[in-house]
Design a protein around this ligand. Structure first.
Ligand SMILES: [Zn+2]
Length: 318
């Protein structure tokens, strides 16, 4: 997530943001009991944010290790590669603390064929890179964005068991923190025509919903027809949807329209929705670690995201 700064915001500012009053979300229709945490879901976050992944910087050994892990997970689930294969390598100029640098990144792509409308696609994205090691400290990126990748893998697992109505591309993007590099590459050279993509659903930071109890949905201002689709989705445990961070009145770091990979899809004219939690004091700090994630909250946020996916999958292209 780059909202909108590349590296850490000062702790005081982060705390302040956490205290800023936000527009209340819709009243949850009916909260259901906290779902039982899935060990696979939690394992994925723990493994991807481990010390040996070294913050998963684009082009780094840790990034490669994370990539191998995600590929092995998709292969084990039997998620087929895209038309161009499993991997989409790219080279691009990206941002660093020291200035612009050339990065070698690799997107990972899987395809789950749809049952009702197989020639229309929902592209689910989550970036697996983070900002690596800075000043000798590993930036673990457990929430940002090992969590979103884990949520996406859990969705893929469910869709393999019960196929979706649309065909679904499962895309773990690289180079997000360096300037949405992987997303820009994907949109430039997609495995299916962008005109066949009904929606980009982007997960970035799905774990730390304890800040305000919300998984925020950004993009319904730009795509208003999608809001009534998600509004009836009931809260899961202590986590409910809130809508916003996308209007002209939402300024600076409170506007998330360009804050993550969905921005590349939006710029290419593809309808998008972004799901992610609000800022927390560990955002873009070495302390964004696995042990700070509440398993019940993360599991609830994941269940909510998956319920949101199903609502969209059912409603789109009718
Ligand atoms: Zn980030």
């Amino acid at each position: 997530m780059i909202r909108p700064r590349l590296f850490s915001i000062p702790l005081a500012a982060a705390l302040l943001i956490g205290c800023t009053p936000v527009t209340p979300g819709p009243t949850p229709v009916a909260a259901v009991a906290t779902p039982v945490p899935s060990s696979t879901l939690l394992d994925d976050v723990r493994i991807l944010s481990g010390d040996d992944m070294a913050g998963r910087d684009t082009g780094s050994a840790g990034g490669e290790k994370a990539r191998d892990y995600i590929v092995s997970r998709l292969e084990a689930m039997g998620v087929q590669p895209a038309s161009f294969g499993r991997l989409q390598p790219f080279e691009a100029q990206g941002r660093t603390r020291e200035g612009v640098k050339r990065f070698n990144g690799v997107n990972i792509v899987g395809l789950i064929p749809g049952t009702r409308i197989a020639d229309r696609y929902i592209v689910v994205t989550a970036h697996y890179d983070h900002v690596g090691v800075n000043d000798g400290q590993i930036y673990h990126g457990a929430d940002d964005n090992a969590s979103g990748v884990a949520t996406m893998l859990e969705l893929a697992r469910r869709l393999k068991a019960q196929p979706p109505e649309h065909s679904v591309l499962i895309v773990a993007l690289d180079g997000e923190e360096r300037g949405l590099l992987g997303a820009r590459e994907f949109v430039k050279a997609p495995p299916v025509p962008l005109s066949a993509v009904s929606l980009n659903l982007n997960f970035d930071m799905t774990a730390r919903a304890e800040t305000d109890g919300h998984l925020w949905v950004t993009g319904t201002y730009q795509n208003p027809v999608l809001r009534p689709v998600l509004q009836p989705v009931p809260a899961q445990g202590r986590v409910s949807f809130a809508f916003g961070k996308d209007t002209p009145q939402d300024t600076g770091e409170n506007n998330w329209v360009d804050a993550s990979d969905h921005a590349a899809f939006h710029a290419a004219g593809v309808p998008f929705l972004y799901m992610g939690v609000d800022y927390h004091p560990d955002y873009h700090r070495p302390s964004d670690t696995y042990d700070r994630i509440d398993p019940a909250i993360f599991t609830s946020a994941t269940e909510l995201a998956i319920a949101g996916f199903h609502a969209l999958d059912k409603a789109l292209d009718r």
